[in-house]
Design a protein around this ligand. Structure first.
Ligand code: SFD
Ligand code: AMP
Length: 625
């Protein structure tokens, strides 16, 4: 019960929220500048940094590497690529800010011990133009070790779940949360806070239900904490309509990048038709982006979806064809056999490094990728500012790259004084991936230390407000304790709702009304309005969440955070009256791109006191054009 909870107060200068890729980058950079400026730094992660966040299972590629030193590509090339891929909606200044530093982060990974594939000449092996192949099962362990060495474990708080910000007027003053293992309520007081609590998963009903429940492409433990925390602080959000729908190997969500780019595989429908070829005329309907190279991710999705809607599924990744084609390029029989073995090993390692369940599914369904194709499908929506989605905070660009309107003091600071965002938490700067997220963490941390040096006074922390937050956060334990004995089955009780049931309700609303898998990613104003009405009821019921133990308390708050991620998404989809990213979602009432009226960002803001939302259009400006 709450009375048994110890109050733990931590005072620091820079508080890093999250322990993932961006947070590790932030910790490393902050530690360096902190020593020079006598500034204290702390990291808080809901899990254990060695295996927390999206890279927990490892990865098989580093998806952002520019190759500046070798003159392979320029920063402008990358900026153009990202902008085209996002159908014209991206912040050039932010993308360039990361791109100009990302190579140095990749070189650090190698120095710390990450094996990056090399060819016979000692050059990195590319998966595609921007991607490098790695043996990345231990990627996160290696990066976390560097972060821990830089900061010292005394400054790292693991298994502490952050819920709300502490505010001093318009300035952030810290954060509150609770231990997921012990009865401890944490108050972190800080002069600057950097938010890197990842993206959001399980907002929409996943394809994997029942016995596969919980399996997702992106990590299920990233539950929208970044969006919730920054919304509650009053930070402006951007691109919250730009969800990411990844095409993945069906049911175990194995990524497709290595197959399309490294193995150069085709995807075909059940009748052998290749949608990227047969439907290429459709691309002309989508503005200047349909002729971009590569074709934007959402348009690639869309062409496949059209096949599925016409009943031409399943869609298959032609792994067998791709492997045989590469092996058959060897003229000598012995070499061909050797090559085949190598390719088989690479195919399995791709998943064993990154999405182990896909390898398990192959094994359990007798798939030999060199012999049999595998089904692929468009997955449920995810919120991820670092991949091919764009949702996150509206942050300041760097002074030298940002147009005046996009510069407000410190790089990567949100519209709230002292609050910074990075990785999945910062928006409109897609395609940063693991390497770019770590790089953005470095950039944000350097700026946050500068903010603390310029603003050395500790903002005021109102103890009464903290006590109020503590009561609110621990309330689900009280509701359960006081009421669970009143029914024979603790799952069915009129006085509280358990977090799992709450999550199912949220997912059903989003799936059916906001363009999830079962509605073929299609929605419209009337559907969204109905969805909003149902979300309002869910908002009311969120006050009645009940938790049996600490683990369920975390589940309760994860789902409140998901609810706010859902609402800001739904409202932004409703506000933008066009279909700009077919293949991510389609507005059946505005089934076309509208360059004249909607080639702009849509930004959203929440006022926690009045519970009111504000939506607005923001022009796309660039110093690059
Ligand atoms: O193949 C709280 N990603 C890929 N990146 C690449 O570079 N190459 C790939 O190959 C990529 N692919 C891929 C990727 C991810 C996944 C899951 C798969 C495949 C299967 C993307 C990157 O991983 C991603 O861009 C970065 O990791 C994003 O970094 P960041 O820092 O924004 O998020 P994080 O690493 O998930 O960390 C989040 C942290 O927050 C913590 N946290 N802490 C306290 N309180 C709370 N309430 C919290 N909520 C969350 C988490 O524990 C974590 O530490 S491929 O598909 O393209
Ligand atoms: P994925 O495995 O789908 O997450 O993709 C990994 C990387 O490859 C990302 O940078 C994608 O943008 C890119 N990618 C995946 N498929 C394709 C494709 N068909 N064409 C171009 N780039 C792709």
């Amino acid at each position: 019960m709450p009375a048994e909870f110890e109050n733990v107060v931590v005072e620091t200068d820079v508080l890093i929220l999250g322990g993932g890729m961006s947070a590790c980058g932030a910790a490393i950079e902050a530690a360096y500048w902190a020593k020079k400026n006598n500034v204290k730094v702390a990291v808080v992660d809901k899990a254990a940094m060695d295996r927390s966040g999206a890279v927990a299972m490892g990865l098989s590629a580093i998806n952002q590497y520019i190759g500046l030193k070798d003159g392979q590509n320029s920063i402008e090339d990358y900026v153009n690529y990202v902008k085209q891929d996002l159908m014209g909606i991206a912040r050039d200044d932010l993308v360039a800010s990361i791109a100009r530093h990302v190579d140095s982060s990749v070189h650090l990974f190698e120095k710390w011990g990450l094996p990056i594939w090399k060819d016979a000449d000692g050059k990195y092996v590319h998966e595609g133009r921007w991607q490098l192949m790695i043996n990345g099962e231990s990627y996160k362990v290696i990066v976390a070790e560097a972060a821990k060495n830089a900061l010292g474990t005394d400054n790292i708080y693991e298994r502490v779940f952050i819920v709300d910000p502490i505010m001093d007027g318009d300035r952030v003053a810290g954060a509150v949360g609770f231990s997921t293992r012990e009865n401890k309520f944490y108050t972190f007081k800080a002069k600057a806070v950097i938010c890197g609590m990842g993206g959001a998963v399980h907002i929409f009903k996943p394809r994997s239900t029942g016995e596969g429940l919980g399996r997702a492409w992106y990590p299920p433990w990233n539950s929208g904490s970044s969006t919730y925390f920054t919304l509650m602080a009053g930070a402006e959000q951007t691109c919250q309509e730009v969800r990411f729908i990844p095409v993945r190997f069906k049911d175990a969500y194995g990524p497709v990048g290595a197959w399309f780019l490294l193995f150069k595989s085709r995807a075909c429908n059940a009748f052998g038709g290749e949608y990227m070829v047969e439907r290429k005329d459709e691309l002309a309907n989508w503005g200047p982006y349909g002729s971009a190279k590569p074709i934007p991710a959402n348009l690639r999705n869309y062409l496949g979806m059209l096949d599925v809607m016409e009943g031409k599924g399943p869609i298959y990744m032609r792994t067998e064809e791709a492997i045989q084609k590469i092996a058959n390029a060897e003229t000598d029989d012995k070499k061909r056999k050797k090559k085949l073995k190598e390719l088989e090993a690479e195919a399995w390692e791709d998943f064993l490094d990154m999405t182990i369940s896909q390898a398990l599914l192959w094994a359990s369904t007798n798939v030999a990728p060199e012999e049999k194709p595998s089904e692929i499908a468009a997955a449920e929506p995810y919120f991820i500012g670092s991949h091919s989605g764009a949702s996150g905070c509206w942050v300041s660009g760097p002074k030298d790259l940002a147009p005046d309107e996009y510069f407000f003091g410190y790089t990567n600071m949100t519209t709230v004084k002292g609050l910074f965002a990075m990785g999945d938490a910062s928006g409109a700067s897609s395609h940063k991936f693991s390497s770019g997220s770590l790089t953005e963490g470095r950039i944000a941390a350097k700026a946050a230390v500068a903010f603390v040096v310029d603003n050395p006074e500790q903002p005021n922390v109102d103890d009464a407000k903290v006590a109020e937050l503590r009561e609110k956060i621990l309330k689900p334990l009280v509701l359960f304790e006081e009421n669970s004995g009143k029914t024979t089955d603790p799952d069915t009780n009129p006085n509280y709702i358990r977090p799992k049931m709450f999550m199912f309700r949220l997912q059903k609303i989003m799936d059916e009304y906001c363009g999830g898998v079962t509605s073929q990613f299609i929605t419209s104003k009337p559907m969204l309005e109905k969805g909003q009405e149902l979300l309002d009821f869910l908002q009311e019921d969120s006050d009645k969440l009940g938790a049996e133990n600490l683990h369920e308390l975390m589940r309760c708050w994860e789902n409140v955070q998901r609810l706010f991620q859902a609402e800001v998404h739904l409202r932004t989809v409703m506000f933008r009256e066009e279909t700009r990213w077919p293949g991510y979602y389609m507005r059946s009432d505005f089934m076309a791109i509208d360059e004249d009226n909607w080639k702009c960002f849509v930004n959203a803001k929440y006022d926690a006191a009045s519970k009111e939302w504000e939506m607005k259009k923001v022009p796309i400006l660039s110093k690059f054009e």
